[in-house]
Design a protein around this ligand. Structure first.
Ligand code: GLN
Length: 259
């Protein structure tokens, strides 16, 4: 038993007297109830400071929406968080007002299209993605394209590209490839699932990675599109690129202070 426990010293003397509790001893138990409450207060203040620092950090992160109506939006949200953004699930047009950019995930573009049209989201996305950064992956890339083939279907028409749906066969032809890309570092792993093919692109579209000679990752201004699923790989370079694209559109410094 320590001297402190025997004498119940006030906390300040205790801190001077001890080099800290011995292994396995709880300083609150050593201090007695009155001083114990004091230590609890210190801990609560420390916790409050930590929460403030975290909140300040969150205010400096871009807030990026993930269209959460179908497909693997949860994996995108996780990838965005790992890439330094705050993910926000979007299901209604009015929710777009709170985000700085948007991911349109993979899934089934025909089904997504029906949902978008029935919920008033199609027009809202046309406006949002025409003004703020948007990243379409697989079915999301199909939605962004200027023209869709196999079969033709309505699209947002913002990305100057012609996209052929299911161009590599059916589900069984899904594959993982690793190929060089314009992103810094190692060759890029690309997970293709009933993937579309970008058949042609306009002059303002830059290709950052390819599959068999066709662009698989493209950028046009504040639009990014991938025919693969970067959220299903461990590599976060593609999501980091999009987070950077979004950050650049925000006022310097961070950016936006939010309530
Ligand atoms: N084949 C789907 C479509 O045409 C896209 C597949 C995907 O998003 N993985 O919409």
């Amino acid at each position: 038993m320590t001297k402190a426990k025997q004498q119940k010293l006030p906390i300040k003397d205790l801190l001077l007297d001890l080099n800290g509790p011995e292994p396995g001893e709880d300083i609150l138990a050593l201090c007695g109830d009155r001083n114990g409450r004091f230590v609890e207060q210190l801990r609560a203040e420390e916790e409050e400071r930590r929460a403030e620092v975290q909140a300040a950090h969150r205010r400096t992160q871009p807030r990026i929406g993930v269209l959460a109506i179908q497909g693997d939006y949860a994996a995108h949200a996780q990838a965005l968080a790992e890439a330094g953004a705050q993910p926000v699930e979007i299901r209604k047009p009015e929710e777009l007002a709170a985000v700085d950019g948007l991911i349109l995930p993979g899934g089934e573009s025909t089904t997504m299209l029906k949902f978008l049209e029935s919920r008033g989201l199609f027009c809202a996305l046309e406006q949002f993605c025409g003004a703020k950064p948007a990243f379409g992956t697989c079915a999301g890339a199909i939605l962004l394209a200027r023209e869709v083939l196999n079969p033709a279907q309505r699209s947002l028409g913002l990305l100057d590209a012609v996209v052929e749906r299911n161009a590599y066969g059916r589900q069984i032809d899904s594959t993982i490839l690793t190929a060089p890309s314009s992103l810094p570092g190692q060759p890029l792993e690309m997970v293709f699932i009933r993937a579309p093919r970008i058949v042609s692109i306009g002059p303002a579209v830059e290709s950052l990675a390819f599959r068999d000679g066709s662009p698989a990752l493209v950028r046009q201004g504040t639009l990014l599109a991938a025919t693969f699923h970067p959220e299903l790989s461990h590599d976060r370079r593609v999501h980091r690129l999009f987070v950077e694209m979004v950050s650049k559109t925000l006022p310097a410094g961070i950016q936006k202070e939010r309530t």
